[in-house]
Design a protein around this ligand. Sequence first.
Ligand code: NDP
Length: 461
Amino acid sequence: MPAFDFDLFVIGGGSGGVRAARFAGQRGVRVALAEDRQLGGTCVNVGCIPKKLYSYAAEYAEGFADAAGYGWRMPARPTLDWEVLKTNRAQSIGHLNGIYGRLLSGANVQQIQGRARLVDANTVEVTHADGHASRHTAAVILIATGGRPWVPELPGRELAVVSDDVFDLPVFPRRLVVVGGGYIGCEFASIFHGMGAEVTLLYRGEQILRGFDDEVRDFVAEEMRKAGVDVRVQAQVTRIEAAGNARRVHLADGTTLEADVVLYATGRRANTEGLGLEAVGVRTDARGAIEIGAHFATSAPGIYALGDVVGGLELTPVALAEGMALVDHLFGPLPGHARRTMNYDDIPTAVFTHPPIGTVGLTESAAREKCGAIRVYRSDFRPLQHSLSGRSQRSLVKLVVDDATDRVVGAHMVGADAGEIIQGFAVAIKAGATKAQFDATIGIHPTSAEEFVTLREVTRT
Ligand code: NDP
């Protein structure tokens, strides 16, 4: 008789939890996963996937406008049917929820529907929808409960919506105010503008997208403004009030703004409430994220945590990689496979603004600090497509090179398909490619990506 019901009990069925459970199941260990909502977590249900679908919806609007320069005549101005978009999105996401469930079943993971709480280092209690609770024991417990949107304290905060709500707004907002200049704020500002809303983006600091390359930040802010998003920096919201069915946003400079919807995208916090962490000795940091050491171990023996709940890089592919690395650490790799470990260097990322950003490696300022002497190569151009569309949108490509070793330490792009393009270059950068090797690569003509292998002019040292 085994001492525990399971070898691994995973709390949370999002990207990290499902991947860890599935990988462990494939190794023949006994795994359970508890989730009280739909499988797939933030990414599948209220994040990456529905966001990208809505981003495509917004792109069509640009396509319709651009087509005129190519000779297309539209009988009438196309309009968006918000109800159709919401219904089709919900259907597509429902399909994904089902796939996640089947993947878990296929790996013999026992799925337990309900809200989990730690009782002790080897026991989890799950409260089910009908109110009854069940207890399960496990040798190892993994907390992968993710995060949720966070809104600062301010009068009228209850009148704002967050990214979880935005996909199913009952009425499409004619006027939208977005607060926050990070990934989510910038993406939704672009998306809702593209879908036909009048959008104002309010950011408290000097330039949106802190942490990205400064030139990229300036460039994308300018492109968003050119497209028609009212990007306002150094704008501090003091309170929100109801104005009939609308919302009135008060700013520190005494001005006000009216909108149908106010979206707060001011960061996320770890989902740790009600998990019983304190009772079992799992420590959290000042922002509520679970503290981890080597191999995702929390301060309580036998309890691990990964993904957004540990507050590192809140990105789906990071959580997936962490899940796989943990399973290899705990149960060993599959026969014939190398042991996976986690390496946080050169993680590529994209921001699905319009135009989008793709980036990997160091920003210019970080490279200067780390490497000392650097070379910077850039090109800022009008994509061929827009020579006929008439759109004034421009693209930026930029390489940052360590002067001493000639290694390309950063690649940045703002422009159509930036995420797709940077994903490929991320492999080269991860492999340590030099600028000479970029130069020796033949371009694909005519593309925007070829700019990366034809950059010759050093713009700064
Ligand atoms: P971010 O941390 O990216 O941005 C939060 C924004 O809100 C920043 O502009 C920040 O300003 C501002 N802010 C923070 N606190 C306040 C406050 N009290 N008052 C006013 N403004 C404030 O968080 P997001 O919510 O945009 O996204 C969370 C994470 O989710 C991202 O960091 C990313 O890891 C992930 N994500 C990834 C996506 C992708 O891969 N494409 C898409 C969406 C999300 P300041 O810069 O001054 O601190």
